[in-house]
Design a protein around this ligand. Structure first.
Ligand SMILES: NC(=O)c1ccc[n+]([C@@H]2O[C@H](COP(=O)([O-])OP(=O)(O)OC[C@H]3O[C@@H](n4cnc5c(N)ncnc54)[C@H](OP(=O)(O)O)[C@@H]3O)[C@@H](O)[C@H]2O)c1
Length: 256
C-alpha cells in the first residue's frame, strides 16, 4: 500500500497537500493526522474513503506511540511524509501564554522530529519528505521570537536530515512560505494578547499556490522551497544584509 502521511491535515496547507498528493496518483491512500476528527472524517468522505483519519494531539507523549502502532499493524510503503502541523503566536516574551510558548516548541519542533523518526523506517528509495518551515526561519523576529526560532530549527533539521538520508535515496525539502492568507494560521497568530502582537499580514499568499510550488520543489529535489516571490526575496535579502539591520526593519514594519 503506497501511503502519504500528512500532519496538520484538518486545515490549510496540510489539507491541500493531502488532496493534491492523492490526486497526483503517486499514492493509494493518505493517513491524515490532526486533533479535529470531524474535519479529518470530512476529508476522508470527500476522497471516497482513500483518506484514513488518525486524530492525534501531536504534543501528547502517547501520540508517537499510537502512530508507531498504526504503522506496525499496516506496514505501509510511505512515499510521502508532509509535516505541516504547526502554529505561531505573536507578541513579546511576556505577552505570550507560557502554554503557547511551550506548545510552539513541542509541536513545531519536537513533534515534527518524532513523526519523522517514527515514519522513516517505512520509507524507501524515491520517497519524499516535506517539512513545513517558514520564511520566519531566515532571521530572528522579535515579537514572533519562539515561532521564528522553532522554524529555524525545522530548516536546519531538514537540511541536515537530507544529507543523512542521501544513501537511502529519500529526498527532504524544507518549505518556507511567507504569510498565507486562506488558512487558520493568521487567525491563531493574531489572537495573541498584548500591544506587541503582529496585527497586519500584508501581501499574503494563497494555499493553492504555496502547495503547487512546494510540490514542484520537492519533485525536483530542492533542499529549500521558497514558494512565492516574497519568501524568495526575503531569503535572498537575509543572505546579504546583516541580521541586525533586517531585524530593525522588521521591528518597524510589524508596527504598521
Ligand atoms: N499560514 C501562514 O501564514 C504560514 C506561513 C509560513 C508557515 N506556515 C506553517 O505552515 C504550517 C501549516 O499551517 P497553516 O497555515 O495551514 O495553518 P492552519 O490552517 O492553522 O493548520 C495547522 C494545522 O496544524 C494542526 N495542529 C495544530 N495543533 C496540533 C496538535 N497539537 N496536534 C496535531 N495537529 C495540530 C491543525 O489541526 P487541529 O487544530 O485539528 O489539530 C491544523 O490542521 C504550519 O507549520 C505553519 O507554521 C504557515
Amino acid at each position: 500500500m503506497r501511503m502519504c502521511i500528512v500532519t496538520g491535515a484538518s486545515s490549510g496547507l496540510g489539507m491541500e497537500f493531502a488532496k493534491r498528493i492523492l490526486a497526483g496518483g503517486e499514492v493509494d491512500t493518505v493517513l491524515a493526522i490532526a486533533r479535529r476528527r470531524r474535519r479529518l472524517d470530512e476529508l476522508s468522505k470527500l476522497s471516497g474513503g482513500r483518506v484514513t483519519a488518525l486524530p492525534l494531539d501531536l504534543t501528547e507523549r502517547e501520540s508517537a506511540e499510537k502512530l508507531k502502532k498504526f504503522l506496525a499493524e499496516n506496514k505501509p510503503d510511505v512515499r510521502f511524509l508532509v509535516n505541516a502541523a504547526g502554529f505561531g503566536k505573536t507578541g513579546r516574551y511576556d505577552e505570550i501564554l507560557r502554554q503557547d510558548t511551550d506548545g510552539m516548541i513541542d509541536l513545531n519542533c519536537k513533534a515534527l522530529v518524532d513523526v519523522t523518526l517514527t515514519v522513516l523506517p517505512y520509507m524507501h528509495k524515491g520517497a519524499r519528505i516535506i517539512e513545513v518551515s517558514s520564511v520566519a526561519a531566515f532571521q530572528p523576529l522579535p515579537s514572533f521570537n519562539v515561532y521564528a526560532a522553532s522554524k529555524a530549527f525545522v530548516l536546519s533539521y531538514s537540511r541536515s536530515l537530507r544529507w543523512e538520508l542521501f544513501g537511502r535515496g529519500i529526498h527532504v525539502t524544507a518549505v518556507c512560505p511567507y504569510w498565507v492568507r486562506d488558512t487558520e494560521f493568521i487567525g491563531t497568530a493574531k489572537k495573541s494578547a498584548g500591544k506587541n502582537a503582529v496585527r497586519h499580514f500584508p501581501l499574503a499568499s494563497r494555499t493553492k499556490i504555496v502547495v503547487s510550488l512546494s510540490l514542484f520543489a520537492s519533485k525536483i529535489n530542492l533542499p529549500v522551497a521558497t514558494p512565492g516571490i516574497i519568501s524568495f526575496i526575503v531569503r535572498l535579502v537575509t543572505k546579504v544584509i546583516p541580521r541586525e539591520i533586517i531585524t530593525a526593519v522588521w521591528q518597524l514594519l510589524r508596527k504598521i
